[in-house]
Design a protein around this ligand. Sequence first.
Ligand SMILES: *Cc1c(COP(=O)(O)O)cnc(C)c1O
Length: 394
Amino acid sequence: MSTEDPSILGRLDQLYADLARHAEYDLGFPGATDLPDMTAVSRFERVLLNNVGHPYAAGGSYRLHTKVVEHEVVQFVADLVDAPLDNRHGYVTTGSTESNLWALWQARRHLPGAAVFASTAAHYSVAKNAELLGMPLHLIPADDRGEIRYDLLRAAVAEHRRRRYGTGAIVVATIGTTMTEAVDDAALVDEALNLAGVDPGHRWIHADAALAGIPLALCDPLSRPGFTFADGVHSFAVSGHKFLATPFPCGIVVALADRHTGRGSITYTAAPDSTITGSRSGHAPLWLWYLLRYWGRPGLRGRAAAARELAGYTERQLRGIGWPAWRAQEHAFTVVFPRPPQPLLERWPLATDERGNAHVVCMPGKTRELVDRFVADLAHALTGAVSVPKTIAC
Ligand SMILES: *Cc1c(COP(=O)(O)O)cnc(C)c1O
């Protein structure tokens, strides 16, 4: 068998063509599509890289790793979200699902027996991770836009304490919910815990900022909700394959170092066992490092501004055809609207929720041309939908 084998090449050509066709209708999910030329790192594709174990234990026994750049990636994100310079820890994960799992695991080690509180709009990985860890989970209602109800959070935590189920509280604040990109303000979560009487040493606020963390961190702090370590969070998760555009799933988690505990050192690797997976990608940190260096803060800020501009355009265009679109907050890339007729959803795969909403996510790389095609198709589907009942009535 060789790579010239027509059956292999034919399959790959077919797969590639299928993917290219789907990309022409890809507006419903939060993947950025403006990945720059990656030739500079392509030679590493054929090197087995494994950042096994603790991210900072560069002196472990396995040498073919990229922990030096992994460290810089974590520092870049930690700087953006105001993690204290002398008190930060973190690593590159397989994605925000693992980042959330790691954060809840660390929170449980710090506060054994404490319950987890998150809103009904939190990502499904929060409930799964709580189940995996055997942690009790309390879901707090979100408002119509998708933001947690702080008054109900305070009441639920106070009630939990009154019943003496435990003194600690772990809250997952969603920084950009999956459906509407609403933000739970960590400073208001912190305040709700104060009002519920939770001691500062007995709380853990995790910011699940899978999509919106980096773009929000680049906004003027006075114009955005609280979600950084300065606002009281203890850990922070962001995905690499959303705003940061890596062509494969990955993520970054950052936490306060003085709240971090591993499981001791492993003889086999000569490194502390502090991560969820043992073997870890050495390529993901390298791709992330290159992209962060390539764009830098100004480039990232420009991409976020362009994405928001496109989201504003999309909202206006949808309203222009009489479809009531909205955004949960002024910085959101996500435009929410009533679920379109089924034929449109077959052409344009969109996430929908039980409230009857659908959305498009105007990620970097998406264009007005793509949005125009979508809006034109929707306008067409709507005239179709209106004329169908008329015909039946006649
Ligand atoms: C996408 C998302 C996740 C899951 O992230 P992965 O990196 O895909 O595992 C978690 N939380 C929120 C809010 C998300 O939007």
